[in-house]
Design a protein around this ligand. Structure first.
Ligand code: ADP
Ligand code: MG
Length: 569
């Protein structure tokens, strides 16, 4: 007797359901994607007991006629593709025709649907993959799918369900992702009768971001906008100095599809470079719109990952998009030399009621033209209020107050100066009037022998007299010669305090040298020194963080002040 049997369709669907529908949240995702594919402008999601008991998704999309309402539940039934070549340019979420069949095979499903042009709608009921009834029914245009008792026909899978709260958390995550990807579509999510979120239709991307991720996320984000003829990258990335300890706050949409792609995430993370402390990740909500033929979305049954035709180019574009956004942000923060003083000295009379409004909207400063036609450096007019605790520099900016950590700021300036010196074929050096002799320990001398060529690249000049005595004859232009002996000692101590791999030695030297050379916390600075520091910071790439990834400044906006004084909610 032959042993091989062809499996019945329902069983095949139940097996497939394991891949497509592994928990209530994946059913929600498939149903919402169908609603979006149907052109809905509003979707409501109702959940009971984490989705195991009930999932209801209602939309105002195109609806189906009576025969499609049944056909939709057949395996591989789809209206979205007809031939293989369609796959290359797919613009809908669905195309595999698996979801409804899979959901229906493991639950009790009731579908009600009506096309706008039809007088009556259709109601069909499936239980464990079998059609139970089909009737005409009165219902509004659009589609409602109610899924009860998920996995009742596959108890083995049901056992894997976590607590209702955990399952519901996954549903919130999936719905939020889709709501973020489709800001113009309205969404409502209810759990056990309680509204969890309600997003109006027709929202701007900013408003939707605020709604889903909160105002704090938005106010600490930088807009990204980058376009070439073949790609459009837009969205928001977190400000440097606001790193996250997990990748949970990374949202990526490729042609509106919610995916997680390690290449894109890495390109964004790499763009932060030394602005990001180790083992932290940036938050982002990034949309990539590109020719669908350049990206294969059919590489995962739940379409969670994608494959790019030219991944090298994608990496480059994303990296550039994020880098440009970060640079623009850093320029803006420090270029906003406030004209608060001018605003109040120009004879304009403000009445008391208007004063706080006026303070919020300082006029843009007219940028001064220099005789050579260039615009005056923004920092020449910087409004430094004070140096506080010999450590922080307090600045008035257009949006509020900036508090700069003088050490962190100087560290970044020096780091970038040393780094750029190292890229020159002959870095500039300032010769020492009196060469400085350094007596080193055996260990330090061995280290210096390795490190000398890196130090020379930054502008140091050395002689090794004998054994453990080194003589410094010149140092980088950015250093002050008077403290050189102490700086160099501190630097050596730092380098000796850990074992450093050869690969990262130049970077460690750079960081340590910048740190030891920089003005200290608790050091009094004259006003011109403060001004020079701020001017240099404004002209320094990556100026928002120190080389260890800590922020160089904290901004307190007028808006935040108003909130803290309870002037606004
Ligand atoms: P796919 O989305 O991959 O085509 P599904 O099993 O999810 O497969 O859906 C099968 C078909 O049912 C869809 O192609 C679509 O024609 C129809 N359909 C499903 N949900 C809806 C809906 N909410 N509104 C209108 N049509 C729908
Ligand atoms: Mg679908």
């Amino acid at each position: 007797m032959s042993k091989i049997k062809i499996l019945p369709d329902t069983l095949i669907s139940q097996i497939a359901a394991g891949e497509v529908i592994d928990r209530p949240a994946s059913a929600v995702k498939e149903l919402l994607e169908n609603s979006l594919d149907a052109g809905a402008s509003f979707c409501s999601i109702e959940i009971e007991q984490g989705g195991a008991q009930l999932i209801a998704v209602r939309d105002n999309g195109c609806g189906m006629d009576a025969s499609d309402a049944v056909a939709a539940f057949a395996r591989h039934a789809t209206s979205k593709i007809a031939q293989f070549s369609d796959l290359e340019k797919i613009e809908s979420y669905g195309f595999r025709g698996e979801a409804l069949a899979a959901i229906a095979s493991v639950s009790l499903v009731c579908l009600k649907t009506r096309r706008d042009k039809d007088d009556a709608g259709t109601e069909v009921v499936f239980s464990a993959g079998k059609l139970q009834s089909q009737n005409s029914a009165g219902c509004p245009p659009g589609t409602e799918i109610v899924v009860r008792n998920l996995f009742f026909s596959t108890p083995a899978r049901k056992k894997f369900l976590k607590s209702p709260n955990t399952e519901f958390a996954h549903i919130v995550a999936i719905s939020s992702h889709l709501a973020l990807a489709n800001p113009a579509v309205g969404f409502e999510l209810k759990h056990n009768g309680k509204t969890i979120f309600h997003c109006a239709l027709g929202q701007t991307p900013e408003a939707r971001l605020c709604e889903i991720l909160g105002g704090d996320f938005l106010s600490r984000s930088i807009p990204v906008s980058f376009a070439t003829p073949s790609i459009h990258i837009h969205g928001f990335i977190g400000e440097p100095g606001m790193p996250r300890s997990s990748k949970r706050h990374q949202y990526l949409f490729i042609n509106g599809r919610d995916v997680s792609d390690p290449l894109v995430a890495r390109a964004i993370t790499d763009a932060y470079g030394s602005r990001l402390p180790p083992r932290t990740w940036p938050a982002f909500v990034v949309n990539v719109d590109m020719d669908p033929r350049e990206v294969d979305i059919n590489v995962h049954p739940r379409k969670l990952t994608v494959k790019f035709l030219d991944s090298g180019r994608i990496y480059k574009d994303i990296f550039q998009a994020a880098s440009q956004a970060l640079e623009k942000f850093e320029k803006k923060i420090f270029a906003s030399a406030s004209t608060a003083q001018n605003a109040q000295n120009d004879g304009t009379q403000y009445d008391a009621q208007n004063l706080s409004q006026a303070a919020l909207k300082f006029p843009q400063p007219e940028q001064e033209k220099r005789p050579d036609g260039l615009v005056a450096e923004p920092f020449s007019e910087l409004q430094i209020i004070a140096q506080v605790a010999d450590s922080y520099i307090l600045i008035r900016t257009e949006e509020g107050l900036a508090i700069v950590d003088q050490h962190a700021a100087h560290e970044r300036i020096l780091y970038e100066k040393f780094r750029s010196a190292a890229t020159e074929s002959r870095p500039q050096t300032q010769p020492l009037l009196v060469p400085l002799a350094l007596d080193c320990s055996r260990e330090e001398a061995i280290f210096l022998q390795d490190a000398v060529r890196h130090l020379q690249a930054f502008g140091f000049e050395f002689d090794q007299w004998s054994g453990n005595t080194f003589v410094i004859r010149g140092c980088p232009l950015a250093m002050k010669t008077e403290n050189l002996s102490k700086i160099f000692r501190d630097f050596l101590n730092d380098m000796m305090s850990e074992k450093i791999n050869k690969e990262i030695l130049p970077e460690r030297i750079l960081k340590s040298l910048a740190c030891k050379t920089a003005v200290k916390f608790g050091m009094k600075l004259s006003l011109p020194e403060q001004q020079k520091l701020m001017r240099d910071l404004g002209n320094t790439p990556n100026g928002a963080t120190c080389p260890h990834g800590r922020p160089t400044k904290v901004i307190v906006t007028f808006e935040e002040l108003e909130r803290r004084f309870y002037r606004r909610k």
